[in-house]
Ligand binder design. Sequence first.
Ligand code: ZN
Length: 177
Amino acid sequence: MVTSSLPRKIIEYPDPRLRRKAARVEIFDGKLEALVKRMLELMHEERGVGLAAPQVGVSRRFFVYNPTGEPQDDAVLVNPELVDLTELVEAEEGCLSVPDVRVNIRRARRCKLRGQDLTGRPAELAGEGLVARIWQHEIDHLDGKLIVDRMDGADKIANKKAIGDLESRYRRASAKR
Ligand code: ZN
């Protein structure tokens, strides 16, 4: 029964489920654990470095990440909050829910993350560089924000075709349902 309810794939822009503000996780049980395991699988299959619950259609505040791709670096944060953001830097980002789109985004180079682990215990982490960027990107997902919302004029021009393709693919898929 559990396996049949696990997500089969990552949902893509412009699916409206990516736009909802996710709710806090209140129950830390085997269901949450199974979902996290499945999200890590999907993230690795697509060679991503992070995946938030709304990207598999679950409107809850947690995400998985792994900055290196090595199994021992798999991590999860539940009910995360960013604190002490410092020093803005720009870098290019992609997103598993917005394939083929790359956007230059200014984010804090260093920050802290407060939240809970998979058992509900409080966690506080400090990160910089790629890890700090992943955290900020994934928390955007929990608030319904996507990299397409952070494009400047040049990004809009560079990504126009890829975004148009995603929108028509979504329309065709919706028409079939
Ligand atoms: Zn993303």
